[in-house]
Design a protein around this ligand. Sequence first.
Ligand SMILES: [Cu+2]
Length: 380
Amino acid sequence: MRALNTLLLGLATTCALALPAAAQVSRCLSATPQPAGAPPNQIVQDFPAGSTAQTGWRITYGRGVAEGLYITSAEFRRSPSEPYITVLKEARLADIFAPYDPGQPRFFDLTGFNFALVPVSTVDLGACGTRVDPVVVKEIRDREMLWKNDTAGKRGQELVIWATLDASNYNYIMRYAFQDDGTITFRIGATAVNLPGHELVPHTHDGLWKIDVDLASPNNKVDVVRRLQSENSFQANFVVQPFNGGVEGYEDWVADEFTEVRITNPNVTNANGKPISYDLKPWQHGVPRHFEPFSHHDFWVTQYDPTETLYQDLPNYVSNRQPITSNDAVIWFQTSTYHIPRDEDGTYVSPNVWRGVALTMYSGFDLKPRNLFNTTPYYP
Ligand SMILES: [Cu+2]
């Protein structure tokens, strides 16, 4: 009897051990089969993954030495019966700036070097990632609760592509996520080994982004949205005003105004008659203000010009104050993390030998649709 019990217990243990592994594998969300003959740098993903499509993205990406990973188009559809709507013509890090608190060194990690992307490793892939390119990872992820209403709710999903820039001792993770509700998230993560000889010196990692939203056409207008509030009144209100009065220039992110930049196509409306927009929502820990003039303001907007690629030249690019009310506008935005070294970054194992890596720190922003849908997406 004891032998039989042991045998049964053994079988039960074997089954119990086998089940979690199988369940773990099935947690990976299904990638949409790619259309035959599609360009190799294109990714199509419908949501919900592996089920009857409701929404979907069709994106293309590019990558290069001194450029990292960037987006060369992003189109979204609200339902499988509708055509895709262009959202992005281009989005990239124009540069990455790492100035050290004593004043030197000051690195421009894209335009100042020829840094390449790191080949994808198995550790990058995790349980569910795929290598879409020798240096680019694709993941279809669960992103927790899209909405909740007591016991009702819906989990959200996203298509993520990311790559890692080998910036000498440092690494930068460049990550773009295209979500089921039309949101796009942009993140830059700083990690790897603190600067040799400066391991304990504070510095910032500034993501200098260039975002060309062409919402259903290149002819969009750009507004700035602020919450006006006062400690002397119960009341508050918001204002929507042309960015910099409607001409090329800059605006600042003001923490107590919840500042956002809104890109609208005034000629395309949803079924409720409202123009479709995207809101650029900062995701800030703080704002960098360095000696360099480009860093003196958070948002810059220029009229599209293919020769304008250098973030450092923004003050010159805006000097002729071209209109940005019904042209192809480009938004430039800086996001930053302040890295004060800590023991978790590593330690000196001998006077000049450092051992350890800085854990990843992210900065970034989201682009979120406004009046693109007619009502709540993914609601019964
Ligand atoms: Cu750092």
